[in-house]
Design a protein. Structure first.
Length: 78
């Protein structure tokens, strides 16, 4: 039976755990610290992507050629 893990860390297969252990050793960290740092970076990237998407959504779309012509047609003559 699999042991219960934290909700923050996903269950890793033996191959995944070995791969992450090699990466952690190369970075000079323990496996737990490496996985926590990796999760923190993923959350930060996700937050940054959401903020960028929200900022882009606020920008109004530029009108095309026909939309500009219609705007001019609706303005009164001087």
């Amino acid at each position: 039976m699999a042991k219960k893990q934290d909700l923050k860390t996903p269950e890793l297969t033996e191959a995944q755990r070995a791969y992450e252990a090699r990466r952690a050793a190369k970075a000079g960290m323990s496996l737990d610290k490496w996985l926590a740092e990796k999760a923190r970076r993923a959350r930060a990237e996700d937050t940054a992507a959401k903020l960028a998407e929200a900022a882009k959504a606020k920008e109004p779309e530029k009108k095309g050629w026909f939309g500009r012509i219609l705007d001019r047609a609706h303005k009164p003559l001087k």
